[in-house]
Design a protein around this ligand. Structure first.
Ligand SMILES: [Zn+2]
Length: 211
């Protein structure tokens, strides 16, 4: 079966342009990778970490899932894809930075808010975004958001903070962070403005990253 033409066109451009320029880098990367940064982002097509950080191949170790959620450390036999990526990044690659990056208009966050109103969401999305139930219910019980857009934005930011807390439930993450070998950061990307907001050191407010 032939590759779809819209993908083949892009691949041809990659071969002609980026690969032609970076062939030597790719040859070196063929020997192994040593990225210093892990990005945990959303699967959303508009928030590609490599694009936002203008990263070269081999620079970012990325895991993307619905809503950029890090689950808490759980030792059961479930299929913990994100936890496996975190484990490899920290214990194998020994990254020194992890960034959890949420974003505006996140469908996964919208699904969590929809679930609170008993609106149907996907068979696999439902249990996944249930990881946000606690922070979502906290937000809704506060009652200080008047519009759906406000609730959406607030939960997008709270979700990043919760994922950072969940990261620290992994013993290898907590140990590396305590030893000063690993820094955990939170960020939120505004799609329409192409603007990254960075979580301040106090873990409370997100401020536009000035460049
Ligand atoms: Zn999203």
């Amino acid at each position: 079966m032939c590759a779809p033409s819209h993908l083949k066109t892009g691949y041809e451009a990659f071969r002609r342009q980026r690969y032609a320029i970076e062939a030597e880098r790719y040859r070196e990367l063929g020997e192994g990778q040593s990225p210093r940064t892990m990005i945990i982002g959303c699967a959303d097509s508009r928030v590609d970490p490599a694009t936002i950080f203008a990263a070269k191949p081999g620079e970012l170790f990325v895991v993307r899932n619905v809503a950029a959620i890090v689950p808490p450390h759980e030792e059961d036999d479930a299929h913990h894809g994100t936890s496996a990526a975190v484990e490899f990044a920290v214990t194998g690659l020994k990254v020194d930075t992890i960034v959890v990056m949420g974003h505006g208009q996140c469908g996964g966050i919208a699904a969590s808010l929809a679930a609170a109103e008993q609106r149907p969401i996907g068979r696999f999305i439902a249990p996944w975004v249930r990881l946000l139930d606690e922070v979502r219910d906290e937000l809704l019980s506060r009652g200080d958001t008047t519009s759906l857009a406000e609730r959406q934005r607030a939960l997008e930011l709270m979700s990043v903070r919760r994922s950072l807390e969940n990261l620290l439930t992994f013993p290898f993450v907590a140990e590396a962070a305590a030893n000063g070998k690993l820094a955990l950061h939170g960020a939120w990307f505004s799609i329409a403005e192409g603007q990254l907001h960075w979580l301040d050191g106090d873990r409370r407010t997100f401020s536009p990253l000035t460049v």
